[in-house]
Design a protein around this ligand. Structure first.
Ligand SMILES: NC(=O)c1ccc[n+]([C@@H]2O[C@H](COP(=O)([O-])OP(=O)(O)OC[C@H]3O[C@@H](n4cnc5c(N)ncnc54)[C@H](OP(=O)(O)O)[C@@H]3O)[C@@H](O)[C@H]2O)c1
Length: 268
């Protein structure tokens, strides 16, 4: 992305995280532009990070990569109000639920567009993003989009928009599933008499430790689970309850429901 100008339309949570990620990787602040209808947000970014601020159209006139980082419900109006100025410009949309075909209908069918589905841990640089490109996007533009989203975490490319619905159900909504599980464990810990702050730290550190161990270990998660589940031991009793209570089927149904909803929203 060396020497390319990146413009963010919408200077909210996702844009701020991406800008911070890019700056921490050494990107020149003068090559980053931001626009927002709320000028206090762009002004804050300018003061904190030294990036440049612009109107939406000024940004589009100057940027090589235009990141659409507004809420999905205002994206249509925004796209229709801006005029791209060169066929070499790349548009990256992080808006949830807006398919490539709709973006093309708003921005022009010859526009290079990458659609991303990030998740909220991007706010702390631990995001997981699924990406899909339209047919106008070159391999080098895809590499630029990967580099951009890698500023806030890990990226994977998928080939179809159906796969983006699955990504939405798994990693997009996924943080909430883990929060729910931690919440349920905290409630159970408190019900066994532990003080709330003790329950919180036990559950939180266990989640962090388990995920980091699973991520760094050569063993599969099933193998790691087997290793802590001694026959006749305490873990086995809990696992038996989860399995006989239908946890796996419940997870399958939950993710299916999220995926179906993502499809419905994309069509509406
Ligand atoms: N936050 C996440 O972790 C996350 C995860 C996955 C996907 N996303 C996607 O990322 C996008 C941005 O989310 P966010 O959480 O960063 O939203 P956000 O904090 O609300 O930021 C969006 C910003 O865009 C501004 N805006 C609205 N209309 C505009 C226009 N026409 N021109 C310029 N700026 C305009 C908004 O101003 P007002 O507030 O005054 O309207 C707001 O400051 C969304 O499409 C969302 O689906 C976010």
């Amino acid at each position: 992305m060396k020497n390319l100008c990146i413009g963010f339309i919408g200077a909210g949570n996702m844009a701020s995280s991406l800008i911070n990620g890019l700056l921490s990787q050494g990107m020149e602040p003068g090559l980053i532009l931001a626009s927002d209808i709320d000028s206090s947000k762009t002004e804050h970014l300018r003061r904190e990070n030294g990036i440049r601020i612009a109107s939406n159209q000024e940004l589009v006139n100057a940027a090589d990569i235009i990141v659409l980082a507004v809420k999905p419900q205002v994206l249509g109006e925004l796209c229709q109000e801006i005029d791209l100025c060169s066929p070499s410009q790349l548009v990256v949309s992080v808006a949830a639920g807006i398919p490539l075909a709709r973006l093309e209908s708003w921005l022009g069918s010859d526009t290079a567009i990458v659609r991303c589905m990030p998740n909220t841990p991007a706010l702390i640089g631990k995001g997981m993003s699924g990406l899909i490109a339209n047919a106008n996007t070159s391999e080098s533009q895809k590499a630029l989009a990967s580099d951009l989203m890698a500023a806030v975490g890990i990226t994977v490319w998928v080939e179809t928009e159906q796969a983006i619905d699955a990504v939405t159900a798994v990693s997009g909504s996924g943080p909430a599933y883990y929060f729910l599980f931690i919440e349920a464990m905290q409630e159970a810990a408190e019900a066994m008499g532990l003080p709330a702050d003790t329950a919180r730290i036990l559950c939180m550190q266990t989640a962090i430790g388990a995920c980091e161990l699973a991520n760094s270990s050569g063993d599969s998660v099933s193998e790691l689970r087997r290793k802590v589940t001694s026959p006749g031991g305490t873990t086995e009793q809990a696992i038996l309850q989860f399995e006989s209570g239908g946890l796996r089927e419940l997870v399958r149904k939950a993710l299916r429901a999220a995926c179906d909803r993502s499809k419905q929203l994309a069509q509406s």
